[in-house]
Design a protein around this ligand. Sequence first.
Ligand SMILES: Cc1cc2nc3c(=O)[nH]c(=O)nc-3n(C[C@H](O)[C@H](O)[C@H](O)COP(=O)(O)OP(=O)(O)OC[C@H]3O[C@@H](n4cnc5c(N)ncnc54)[C@H](O)[C@@H]3O)c2cc1C
Length: 393
Amino acid sequence: MTKIVVLGAGYAGIACGVRLQKLDIPFTLINKHRYHYFTTLLHELAGGRNDAEEYYVDLEDVLNEDQATIIQDVVTALRPQENKIITEKSEYEYDYLVFALGNAPEFFGIPGLKEHALLLRSLDTAKEIREHVEEQFLLYNQDQDSTRLRIIVGGAGLTGIELVGELAEWLPQLTAAYRVPSHQVEVINIEAAPVILPMLDKSLQETAMNVLTKKGIKIRTGEKITRVGEHVVELASGETIEAKTIIWTGGVRANPLLAEAGFETDPRGRAKVNEYLQSVDYENVFVLGDSSCFIGPDGKPLPPTGQLASQMGEHCAKNLNALLRHQELRPFEFHYMGTLASLGSEVGVGNIKGFKTSGVPAGFLKEMTKVKYLYNLGGLRMVAKKRGQFMHR
Ligand SMILES: Cc1cc2nc3c(=O)[nH]c(=O)nc-3n(C[C@H](O)[C@H](O)[C@H](O)COP(=O)(O)OP(=O)(O)OC[C@H]3O[C@@H](n4cnc5c(N)ncnc54)[C@H](O)[C@@H]3O)c2cc1C
């Protein structure tokens, strides 16, 4: 039997697995955890909106174990010349490999950033941020150190902006619960580029900026972080800002395993793929999602997003099916559905299929995308299972 191994159960890997299952194709899935977490919603968990249970589904709930062999393990190396994967616990051979291990943080060589900043990347790191922030409020009552109540978020892309939107709602609750002086609580969002949310147009950027500023977030665009120390951030202007919480959301690059294995990569470490999503180096390796360098119609690599990863996952499964049936592969085409950024639990900004939206309608549409995602994962059964969490807020 042809051995298909899928690495990673993020947006790309799970979409590929679900589609392979529908096509009745057996495969092995290797992932760090036995669950699939909703990366695009991690800011909600980090910002105290809901508990962790709401942001993942068990892989057994999505995949049928007669069809999918689920292995919880960490991939440590690829040996594409030998069709082999090395993991912490074992090694595996494949005929076809689907690489969907997501990204690694991009620190842009800023000294101290890696060592001193928290990251928002997984269920565990989101919980870490949440616990860390709450702990600072607790400790403030012991030492009255006001830098405990200052949070610096580096980066004003989707991740950074959605995170500060959550913090703007959560911090007043913590302020009241821990009886700390509200005027001392401060969230500063620092962005090197001149604008926030660069994927949206100017009017939506301004709307987001106004909403967040009204909620008390200080947004500083055009300011470069040049060094980070323990509890201090230094800017290009020479200004230093002390804060006990420093969170970095400023960029991602590909999972380093690809470059380490000698795949041809772009400057962000993403493996170059052809129109069918196959690596340009190894035809039997498909590279998807944040680790994939797929050139779009404008000649540039498509930016890494959850929707791109999901679409690649589905398409890859269809191409694997074609290969098994000795049919022609179909080129991948990305269908951009739009972007929605939440600014807290009720409002947002974005565009859907070319139509701009903001305020409560955008917030509502964002909630609807969650339901649609659950439906794609496991049909009405999955929506019904998680619906209470998403709909009954
Ligand atoms: C807070 C936040 C908000 C976002 N909002 C949006 C949004 O609104 N819209 C949008 O389109 N995109 C959004 N994104 C980006 C989106 O989440 C990513 O582009 C998407 O997750 C990429 O999917 P992927 O399958 O490539 O990787 P991932 O979803 O990151 O999946 C990778 C999987 O591989 C596993 N893994 C990694 N390394 C190993 C290893 N060595 N061994 C075993 N398993 C491993 C991981 O645990 C994970 O399960 C957001 C990201 C963040 C952090």
